[in-house]
Design a protein. Structure first.
Lengths: 445, 327
């Protein structure tokens, strides 16, 4: 079985919700839509206070080339355009909508009927994906229409579907594959059409045998789509790691892109959103969220309208367990901590995870004993101990020489450090500074 | 908000590994060698090991609490290991005051002056041992013969396999007949330092370290392989002067050094390629000192010299970066 070659760790999978069917969460009373739910420029509101909107109405337009539209997930009235603290921990501008009824835009096809035939041209599909506000659903939230237009000089030969879900606890993608395999396969065909290629590989980790066999049976008659089981290892869902696992190719260090080695990677949730946008005219306004945690009464996979406060998801799952120490948006390896439960679900919310206090507290930091476990764990072949020390000494030159910009912030180093050093904190700091130095240098040229 | 939530950046989970866990595993891995030493050297082994561990703990406690006024670091287990390793590198008939002096040098000069665990450039136990070797060469190079269960400083000493190997290389072919059998050598039924005699017990320790993922195979395997290859070449050139490489592998402190001393986290290189070069260096220097040096054993010096080279190795041997091959 394939996997990536360098480093990697094996955190406990804790997939508590793998057998829980996707349930639909009730509408919130008020939905909140932060304007930056994606990488790039924030969206610009195109509604005002007092406007009436329907489900699927566009409420904010892209604020630039690298940006994405935002659509209302509810019907009702725009209450205000204010700000909210999102998973970044920062206060960000957001549109607040008071919910009245559930009236959808009439252009959206709400039936369950599978639409098989796509008659749109390549450009029409890209326009449609852009208009639907689709971004990478794996958590990075890179605008999908940008990713589907790789630089002209690159020849793409393989579409890789990221169905790895290597983050512990999360099962949203797993459930999506089990419950909507046909839609995913049609979505893959749409993307293949856009890219003008005929080979797609769905990468799935071997801990999801049911999804692997289901997709294999569904694709057995489809030429060009292959399901590839991968050996379990974190961070296999990292774009570069997945490309290597599937094709054996290594993406060169930044600024190189996956397209430089002929690959485009799309998350399986994004593929589903593309199907809905292209075939059902449905913009991206709901997603599957795994609500989980060891003490939780009813961990579950929920279909949630964007903008729903996290508190409503937690309530559905049985309320926050006694002694919860950390509330995380996303998975335990790369997710972001939430300040409280009022944060809204956004496009990148793959999970809501509650961790008991005992696990949430960081243990006291000790001297580096140079055990080299971080070097062994790093999937990018870096020396986290050295980068962290360089960062502590503000030695940005040393950090740059030692490839700090290649760090993908997967957290393998810090999660294995027996001295409990906050390696990734230091690396992030240095990465930020070195990135600024490189940009300044390039601007001078 | 009913509950107080912690805010930290990712990752939010940890594999659970701690310094203490690693040190505990090393102590368990040293247990077979200790049992073997008690079987062969009896009371002396127990007295020397207990004194060494107790003095190392005392000096570490004294320096951190009384001199530095810092929280005690005894609980991390590193002083216990230094104590055990120092004892394992001493003959079982060495007087108490020498052990205490060795422990003071090991902990004080070997480790604490550099800032404690993690900052020492040299293996502390070896610093202590080499200090004793230079200060008390006679006491440090006469080893009791095994099976004197209740003897301590009064134990009868005799030639060790390495002494004999040296004599053979010096042209005394009669010494060849005194060499113990390979079986005795492998089990540890020979004279030598407390912890180094039983290759079997040390190899069990190696398996424990590898199984618990405390160390990787690189350092011990390259050291043993280098010694085997170099002594094998000498043996093939002249089997009259140079003994079978298996004798070299099982004799002296090679196994103990390769498995427990050279693999010390703090003083060994950080990357796999670095570890291989480090291992080759130690193996090479050991053979050179054994054959051409004035001491019968070269392991401690070889490791200390390579400890000094470790920072350079870390600069030279970088891991293979992701995407480096396809520039």
């Amino acid at each position: 079985m394939n996997t990536f070659k360098i480093g990697g760790v094996h955190p406990e999978p804790n997939k508590l919700t793998a057998d829980r069917k996707i349930e639909t969460l009730a509408l919130p009373t008020q939905a909140v839509f932060p304007l930056s739910q994606h990488i790039g420029a924030p969206a610009v509101p195109c509604v005002q206070k007092g406007d009436t909107v329907r489900v699927g109405t566009r409420i904010a337009e892209p604020g630039g080339f690298m940006s994405a539209s935002i659509h209302s997930s509810v019907s009702g009235q725009v209450a205000k355009i204010d700000s909210v603290i999102d998973a970044s921990g920062l206060r960000k501008p957001a549109i607040f909508i008071d919910v009245e009824g559930d009236e959808w835009e009439p252009s959206i096809d709400r039936s369950d009927k599978l639409v098989l035939q796509c008659n749109r041209s390549r450009d029409e599909i890209i326009e449609c994906i852009k208009n639907a506000g689709i971004v990478g659903m794996g958590g990075a939230c890179f605008p999908t229409h940008v990713k589907l237009c790789p630089p002209k000089e690159c020849t793409i030969d393989t579409l890789i579907i990221n169905a790895v879900e290597c983050e512990p606890y999360l099962t949203a993608d797993h459930r999506l594959m089990l419950e909507h395999p046909d839609e995913i396969i049609i979505g893959i065909k749409i993307i293949l059409k856009v890219l003008g290629i005929d080979r797609a590989v769905i990468g799935v980790e071997s801990n999801k045998p049911d999804a692997i066999s289901l997709l294999q049976s569904k694709t057995s008659m489809v030429s060009g789509i292959e399901v590839m089981p991968l050996k379990m290892k974190y961070p296999q869902g990292g774009e570069k790691q997945l490309i290597e696992a599937v094709t054996g190719r290594q993406v060169p260090p930044p600024p190189a892109l996956p397209a430089n080695v002929g690959c485009v990677v799309q998350n399986v949730g994004t593929v589903f959103a593309i199907y809905e946008a292209v075939m059902k005219n449905k913009p991206l306004f709901e997603r599957i969220v795994t609500v989980t945690g060891k003490g939780l009464k009813n961990p579950c996979n929920l279909k949630v309208r964007m903008g729903t406060p996290v508190s409503q998801l937690i309530e559905y799952a049985g309320g926050m367990p006694e002694g919860t120490g950390k509330l995380i948006s996303g998975g335990p390896m790369m997710g972001r901590p939430l300040l409280d439960e009022t944060a809204p679900v956004v496009k990148g919310t793959s999970g809501v995870l509650m961790i008991p206090e005992a696990d949430a507290i960081r243990r006291e930091e000790r001297n580096c004993i140079r055990c080299a476990k971080c070097v062994q764990a790093c999937p990018m072949g870096l020396e986290p101990y050295l980068l962290a020390t360089a960062s502590e000494r503000s030695d940005w030159e040393c950090a740059e020489e030692n490839w700090i910009m290649s760090c993908i912030e997967c957290g393998c180093c810090q999660s294995t450090c027996p001295s409990r050093r906050p390696l990734l904190d230091w690396v992030r700091l240095a990465k930020n500074r070195v990135g600024g130095i490189i940009r300044a240098r390039n601007a001078k040229k | 908000m009913a509950q107080k939530l912690y805010i930290t950046t990712s990752p939010h989970i940890h594999c659970g590994d701690t310094i203490e866990r690693n040190m505990r595993t090393v102590i368990w891995a040293l247990a077979p060698a200790f049992i073997a030493s008690v079987i062969y050297f009896g009371l002396g082994a127990v007295i020397v090991t207990a004194t060494s561990v107790a003095s190392c703990l005392f000096f570490e406690w004294f320096i951190t609490r009384v001199f530095l006024k810092r929280p005690s670091t005894l609980a991390d287990g590193s002083a216990v290991i230094t104590g055990i390793l120092l004892a394992f590198n001493l003959p079982s008939n060495i007087p108490l005051y020498m052990i205490v002096m060795g422990a003071l040098v090991a902990i004080g000069i070997g480790k604490m002056v550099f800032g404690g665990l993690g900052n020492n450039p040299f293996n502390p136990a070896l610093v202590g041992r080499v200090f004793l070797l230079i200060s008390f060469p006679a006491k440090m190079t006469s080893w009791p013969v095994p099976h004197q269960m209740v003897a301590y400083t009064d134990a009868v000493t005799g030639a060790t396999p390495l002494n004999l190997i040296g004599q053979i290389a010096g042209g005394n072919s009669a010494a060849m007949d005194q060499l113990p059998s390979l079986k005795d050598l492998f089990l540890g039924n020979i004279g030598g330092c407390i912890g180094e005699v039983s290759a079997l017990a040390l190899l069990i320790g190696l398996l424990i370290l590898l199984w618990r993922k405390v160390i990787t195979w690189h350092i011990p395997v390259t050291i043993l392989a280098t010694v085997a290859v170099l002594t094998g070449i000498m043996w093939m050139i002249n089997p009259v002067l140079y003994v079978n490489p298996l004798y070299h592998l099982c004799a002296g402190g090679l196994m103990l050094g390769a498995i427990f001393m050279a693999t010390d986290y703090v003083t060994s290189p950080m990357t796999a390629t670095g570890m291989v070069w480090y291992g080759i260096g130690i193996g090479f220097l050991t053979v050179v000192i054994r054959y051409f040096g004035s001491y019968p054993e070269g392991m401690s010096f070889a490791i200390l010299i390579m400890n000094a080279v470790t920072p350079l190795i870390n600069n030279w041997c970088k891991p293979k970066r992701f995407g480096e091959a396809v520039k």
